[in-house]
Design a protein around this ligand. Structure first.
Ligand code: B1M
Length: 233
């Protein structure tokens, strides 16, 4: 830290969180890591740091991106800063003593390179006891199908952040139907422009508003499916 730099640890919680929103906006990864560590040392839960400091900071970035105040290079820096903070939280969010309760293949759909939300969902799923195979971004149907064939997951998760890429989820689900494997899988979808109605329209089992809901839904649907299988003669 330079001599004239702000000492983050001297700030009260509220001021520190506000400062982190500014630092995220300015793409300052080191400061975001430091702020994240300070809040954890002060006893904040990983979920609270994530939601109040990082996700809220990114929401503010999103508003100015939409309004043409911020542009792609600045938003990329903000995204990198957010990812740096998420790396500090990763072991805490993914921490679980429980046995693996199922497997998830997850990826962002073709044409879409947004991965922050999908990465968060993957972390929360790990934390909920799932083994997660993360296919990354920009996935065509073929990469989902190959991963399903190879990993035999209980759940397929798809993420889309653009109104232009979200319809691709239907393409993927339709190809599962054509291959006769749709009912072997629970399909969960998520991403900022989606909603419940869209999830139903594309034939997903559930739309997940956020990472916490994704983890809860995954657990509930896998448990229900196992219970149904156990009672089927
Ligand atoms: Co993009 N971008 N972007 N962008 N970007 C949005 C999505 C946008 C809403 C910004 C805006 O205008 N306000 C807008 C989309 C408009 C629309 O389609 N209606 C937009 C646009 C237009 C674009 C470009 C086209 C811009 C351009 O080039 N002119 C371009 C497209 C590139 C492409 O994908 N082909 C583009 C590029 C980028 C960057 C590369 C600069 C960067 C991405 C970096 C990265 O991800 N590595 C970026 C970013 C960062 C954003 C915003 C600002 C933030 C997204 C984010 O990370 N949010 C975003 C504005 C916004 O959403 N407020 C925006 C934080 C994250 C925690 O939330 O991703 O919603 P979210 O995930 C949540 C839930 O949605 C849910 O759980 C997550 C955690 O709680 N969820 C799931 C997500 N996936 C799930 C999957 C599941 C379950 C739940 O599976 C089971």
């Amino acid at each position: 830290m330079a001599d004239d730099a702000l000492d983050l640890s001297s700030l009260a919680d509220d001021d520190l969180v506000a400062q982190m929103h500014d630092d995220l906006y300015d793409g300052l990864a080191e400061e975001i890591v430091e702020g994240t560590e300070i809040l954890l040392e002060r006893g904040w839960s990983a979920e609270k740091v994530l939601n109040d400091a990082l996700v809220e900071g990114m929401r503010i970035v999103g508003v100015d991106f939409r309004d043409g105040i911020l542009f792609v290079p600045e938003v990329l820096l903000a995204a990198n800063a957010m990812k740096a903070g998420m790396e500090v939280l990763r072991p805490l969010l993914a921490e679980t003593g429980a046995q693996r309760i199922g497997k998830v293949v997850i990826g962002t759909v073709k044409g879409d390179i947004h991965d922050i939300g999908k990465n968060l969902v993957a972390m929360m799923l790990e934390g909920a006891g799932f083994e997660v195979v993360d296919l990354g971004i920009n996935n065509p149907v073929e990469s989902y199908l190959e991963a399903i064939e190879e990993h035999k997951p209980d759940i397929l998760g798809m993420s889309a952040l653009l109104t232009t890429t979200m319809p691709y989820m239907k393409v993927v689900i339709q190809s599962l139907v054509e291959k006769g494997i749709r009912d072997d899988l629970i399909v969960l979808v998520g991403g900022a422009p989606l909603n419940e109605e869209f999830g139903k329209a594309v034939g997903a089992d559930a739309y997940c508003r956020d990472a916490a809901v994704a983890a809860e839904t995954a657990r509930a649907l896998v448990t229900a499916r196992r219970a149904a299988a156990a009672t089927t003669p």
